[in-house]
Design a protein around this ligand. Structure first.
Ligand SMILES: C[S@@+](CC[C@H](N)C(=O)[O-])C[C@H]1O[C@@H](n2cnc3c(N)ncnc32)[C@H](O)[C@@H]1O
Ligand SMILES: [Zn+2]
Length: 311
């Protein structure tokens, strides 16, 4: 897959903004997606190491998956949308285990080598620049850290059938991402694997998920049967991938640093890692840039102030 031509787009790829969205209630709670939710829970349970110290959930949204990470001492919910994080806070509470961070996944405000695991579920499909976000996640993982990535698979059976029947113009076998609606992409499995390898991950396991995402089937067959069948078929994902959703477990390989004890955030302006924090704001001790903290949500989307003459 080619990199964006334009430098500004490469630095700051466009963001699919969920600010003010009722995604959690409309899409999940009232959207008839119990089947999808249950099979994703199964895939996550199969892939994620059950215990750990610190997990990064990229694009956490309203925290639908967060309760599935109970074995982790602390969980960072990162999302660009503050309202999504507020919904997550309302569902999960102000428990000290949860750290809410509003930030762009392309520019993660953390020190390198911090997390022992990361997940990104139903988020890559909004990414115009997949390799960049995957590289960023690799950097903040510890050596040997685990990354669970879900992606929307363009080479799924429905897309293949539609293509063969000439009801769809784009070719599901073509390796490039397809943007079917603005900032909504589907990816080829081989391309996604290549991005992971290039970023320094070794792929350990692939599960194919949501084989029966067909509205009429979900109406006529009991959901628990479809879930059980899907759970069995998920294991075929190491051999072939023709389902609409694929989950991959990858492990950070090669040279990487371990975060220095006591460090956590990394300044997005100067890259330094010492901060002064109050309940309202966090200030870089090196360059003086300040970011707001609102009701327990760190806002690294844009600074409240920068002080270029600081220090
Ligand atoms: C489809 S929702 C998925 C939410 C959650 N992972 C789930 O599975 O229920 C996608 C989420 O990704 C977030 N998102 C999209 N682009 C982002 C970016 N560049 N940085 C951080 N979050 C982003 C959106 O705000 C939204 O909450
Ligand atoms: Zn700084």
């Amino acid at each position: 897959m080619s990199e964006p031509e334009n430098t500004a787009e490469r630095e700051f790829p466009p963001i699919c903004d969920y600010e003010g969205s009722t995604y959690q209630t409309e899409f999940w709670e009232q959207g008839g997606r119990e089947y999808e939710d249950r099979v994703e829970a199964i895939a996550l349970r199969r892939l994620l190491p059950p215990k750990g110290e610190l997990l990064l959930e990229v694009g956490a949204g309203a925290g639908r998956n967060t309760p599935r990470y109970q074995g982790y001492d602390r969980i960072v919910l990162l999302d660009y949308s503050i309202t999504q994080l507020q919904q997550a806070q309302a569902r999960l509470g102000r428990d000290e285990r949860y750290i809410y961070v509003a930030a762009d996944a392309y520019r993660l405000p953390f020190v390198k080598g911090l997390f022992d695991s990361a997940t990104m579920i139903r988020v890559l499909h909004h990414m115009a620049h997949g390799p960049k976000v995957i590289r960023g996640i690799r950097e903040v993982l510890r050596p040997g850290g685990v990354f669970i990535l879900e992606f929307a698979n363009k080479r799924n059976l429905k897309a293949i059938a539609r293509y063969l029947l000439r009801k769809q113009t784009w070719n599901p076998f073509d390796p490039h991402p397809i943007e079917f609606v603005e900032l909504n992409f589907n990816f080829h499995p081989a391309t996604t694997r290549q991005w992971l390898r290039e970023a320094g991950f070794a792929i350990e396991q692939q599960l194919t998920v949501s084989h029966f995402r067909i509205w009429w089937l979900k109406r006529v067959v009991p959901i628990s049967w479809l879930v059980a069948l899907d759970a069995a078929l998920q294991w075929t994902g190491n051999w072939w991938q023709y389902s609409p959703s694929v989950f991959l477990r990858s492990r950070a390989q090669g040279e990487s640093v371990l975060a220095a004890p006591g460090t956590f955030f990394r300044c997005l302006q100067c890259g330094n890692t010492t901060f002064h924090q109050t309940s309202q704001q966090i200030t870089c001790q090196t360059c003086g840039t300040q970011w707001a903290i609102h009701d327990g949500i760190y806002n690294f989307k844009s600074p409240v102030s920068t002080n270029l003459s600081f220090g």
